[in-house]
Each structure stands twice: as structure tokens, then as C-alpha cells.
Design a protein around this ligand. Structure first.
Ligand code: HEM
Length: 219
């Protein structure tokens, strides 16, 4: 019965072709470091899922942000767990994305024909860091406030356009409601949208080109 259903669906949707192309691929003899990209992908999906749940209770306003986080931690059922996973997942994702980049660098996986995989990766790294930076402000506690004050003021050292970038990030000369709302919007919409589009391109290239092999001594 189940097989008949699968065959019925497969004839109409071409599921086995998708399965064969995406999952049933030949992989050269590799080691555990080749799982770091998948670990990063898993964490990106976990962050998106837990982040969506957090938006149900988080309030992006200076007067309510901190209280809403407290509420999530103490009163919402499993709120502490969802926030904990999101909090530690962010740190872990930064670590895995760096290690994944180092792995591809050390094995020369950025060389022909994988240059565009590497370039999309560079943007993925920047977006991951941007995600961490914008998310850090959201609890609106002393640490978040001052870390963002210092972080944004660093941009001021860029010649000519520095002060403009600083003001654009803060939405004024100092951190305010506008900064919090701006960072929230970037954190939940702009960055994730760009991140998942780029992950799609990155994954398309991984499937299209296959995984590189470990270079031999004479390569
Ligand atoms: C959100 C961030 C990222 C995700 C989700 C991701 C995901 C993946 C996955 C699942 C693979 C295939 C498995 C593997 O080789 O580990 C891969 C391959 C690759 N990634 Fe990433 N990646 C990310 C960031 C980066 C960064 C920052 C770079 C480098 C700047 C990069 C460069 C590459 C390259 C060159 C390959 C091909 C590896 C090969 O063929 O051996 N990726 N990525």
C-alpha cells in the first residue's frame, strides 16, 4: 500500500530523481572534518526554527525587550529551552562556520571548479557574523547596549564614510528605539533571507560539483 502511494507520487513529482541527485551521491573517501558544512547547515535551520518561536514573545522596544526575555526565560513553557538553544546555537554556528572554512581552505577545496562555492561561503560567513552582532543587542541589557555602542563606533574609523555608516546603523548619533528596531529587522528578516538564498546557491554548487577529494602529496 505504502509503496503504491510512493510510486504514485514519484510518477507525478519525480521524487526519486531528486533523492538520487541530492542524497544518493558518490562521495570520495573523506574524514570527519567534511561534516562541518552539514553541521553549520543544521545549526542554521535550528536557529531559524527557535528564532521564529522566540518572536512570539519577544518585544523589540527598549521598555519591554528585557522584560520580554525575562518572561520567556521564567514564565513561557520551555521558553528557557528554546532561548538556550538559540543562544548557544549562535555561538556554535560561528565556531562551526569558521572550522568549515578552515577545512575547505586547508584541503584547497576553493580551487577550480569551486571558486564560486568559496565566494558564496565568504558572504555566508559575513552574514553569520552579522546575525550574531544584531542578535546580541536584542536583550537590551547593559552588556548588549555597551557592546553595540562599541561595535557600531568601530565603523566610525572607516575613512570618509565611517560616520555615515555609524549613524545609519544606529539610526541616529546614539543607540535608541530606532537602533533596536533596525537590528531586530535585520536579525529576523534581512540577514536570514539573504543567508538562506545564499545557502541554496552554496548547496546547489555542492550537489552540482560534488565534494572535493583530499589532495594527494603530489597535487
Ligand atoms: C552558513 C554557512 C555555511 C553553510 C551552511 C555551508 C554548508 C556547506 C555544506 C553542507 C557543504 C558540503 C559538505 C562539506 O564540505 O562540509 C559545503 C561545502 C563547501 N563550503 Fe560551505 N557552508 C557555509 C559557509 C562556508 C564558508 C564561510 C566557506 C568559505 C569561505 C565555505 C566554503 C565551502 C566550499 C569551498 C565547499 C566545497 C567543499 C568541497 O567540495 O570539498 N562554506 N558547505
Amino acid at each position: 500500500m505504502t509503496t503504491r502511494w510512493i510510486t504514485w507520487l514519484d510518477e507525478r513529482l519525480g521524487l526519486s530523481a531528486i533523492y538520487n541527485t541530492v542524497l544518493d551521491r558518490k562521495v570520495p573517501k573523506v574524514n570527519w572534518s567534511f561534516t562541518l558544512g552539514s553541521a553549520t547547515l543544521f545549526l542554521a535551520v535550528t536557529q531559524a526554527t527557535t528564532g521564529i518561536f522566540l518572536t512570539a514573545y519577544y518585544v523589540p522596544h527598549p521598555e519591554q525587550a528585557y522584560a520580554s526575555i525575562n518572561y520567556i526565560m521564567n514564565d513561557v513553557a520551555f521558553g528557557w529551552l528554546i532561548r538556550g538553544i538559540h543562544h548557544w546555537g549562535a555561538t556554535l554556528m560561528v565556531i562551526t562556520v569558521f572550522l568549515h572554512m578552515l577545512r575547505t581552505f586547508f584541503y584547497g577545496a576553493y580551487k577550480y571548479p569551486r571558486e564560486i562555492t568559496w565566494i558564496t561561503g565568504v558572504f555566508l560567513l559575513l552574514l553569520t557574523l552579522g546575525s550574531g552582532f544584531t542578535g546580541y543587542l536584542l536583550p537590551w541589557n547593559q552588556r548588549a547596549y555597551w557592546a553595540t555602542t562599541v561595535g557600531t563606533s568601530i565603523t566610525e574609523t572607516i575613512p570618509f564614510i565611517g560616520p555615515f555608516i555609524n549613524e545609519a546603523l544606529r539610526g541616529g548619533s546614539e543607540l535608541s528605539t530606532l537602533t533596536l528596531v533596525r537590528f531586530f529587522s535585520a536579525h529576523i528578516w534581512m540577514i536570514p533571507a539573504a543567508l538562506f538564498v545564499l545557502i541554496g546557491v552554496h548547496m546547489y554548487l555542492v550537489v552540482r560539483l560534488g565534494i572535493s577529494h583530499i589532495p594527494s602529496e603530489d597535487e
